[in-house]
Design a protein around this ligand. Structure first.
Ligand SMILES: *[C@@H]1O[C@H](CO)[C@@H](O)[C@H](O)[C@H]1NC(C)=O
Ligand SMILES: [Ca+2]
Length: 232
């Protein structure tokens, strides 16, 4: 019996090492085709439920149809925390299956830096697009986002870790994902926008634990090299 337990624990530690951990600074995940399978699974540093959070990332995509940007599901609730792009300049945040939708002035085919914050005590949700705040909305005041989650990039979960649909998949480039268990100050949001995120304690793009499934590649981020040939 003791031997069995030993083998079980060795097997579990091998399993957890099957996930790569890497510094993806100045790199992107490329989702090069539309599919209902290709995705990246993320392993967050998160054991406790969430009362507050901030989530930031960049995308560069040709999609004009609706698609999933960040899918966080827990057992029994697939849309526990979901960021969904409805169309160019229109984003929805789902918390515990309720949603709010916000609008921004945005150019089709330009890279987007998006931050979303939510605070349980007020229910206030804030979106920041390319360093500019959108109109605040509120949802699920007093709610607690459950953990542990299954977090998937590239597909939208309709069950814990699965049931994807091609029509909701992400196609394009995805980068600079950071997540905190509190609401960042506007100053810190702007720092994340300028590529200096401060102490992301749930997900850190510079020490990312992930597992690629299907046709997803890691490539340098080239879409914001400026004329002096330096990264912003
Ligand atoms: C969430 O934020 C509120 C203030 O906005 C704070 O009072 C509360 O302690 C925070 N909760 C956690 C778990 O950090
Ligand atoms: Ca869903």
């Amino acid at each position: 019996m003791d031997k069995l337990l030993l083998w079980v624990s060795i097997f579990t530690s091998l399993l957890s090492e099957a996930f790569a951990q890497a510094d993806l600074k100045s790199k992107v995940f490329v989702f090069p085709r539309e599919s209902e399978t290709d995705h990246v699974k993320l392993i967050p540093h998160l054991e406790k439920p969430l009362q507050n959070f901030t989530l930031c990332f960049r995308t560069y995509s040709e999609l004009s149809r609706s698609h999933s940007l960040f899918s966080y599901s827990v057992r029994g609730k697939d849309n526990e925390l979901l960021i969904y792009k409805e169309r160019v300049g229109e984003y929805s945040l789902y918390i515990g299956n309720s949603k709010v939708t916000v609008h921004s002035v945005e150019e089709y085919l330009s890279p987007v830096h998006l931050c979303t914050t939510w605070e349980s005590s007020s229910g206030i949700a804030e979106f920041w697009v390319n360093g500019k705040p959108l109109v605040k909305k509120g949802l699920q005041r007093g709610y607690t986002v459950q953990a542990p989650p299954s977090i998937i990039l590239g597909q939208e979960q309709d069950s814990y870790g699965g049931r994807f649909q091609k029509s909701q998949s992400f196609v394009g480039e995805f980068a600079d994902l950071y997540m905190w268990d509190y609401v960042l100050t506007p100053q810190d949001i702007l720092l994340a926008y300028r590529d200096f995120p401060i102490n992301p304690n749930i997900i850190d793009w510079q020490a990312l634990k992930y597992e690629i499934n299907g046709y997803v590649l890691i490539r340098p981020r080239v879409w914001d090299i400026d004329l002096n040939n330096k990264m912003r």
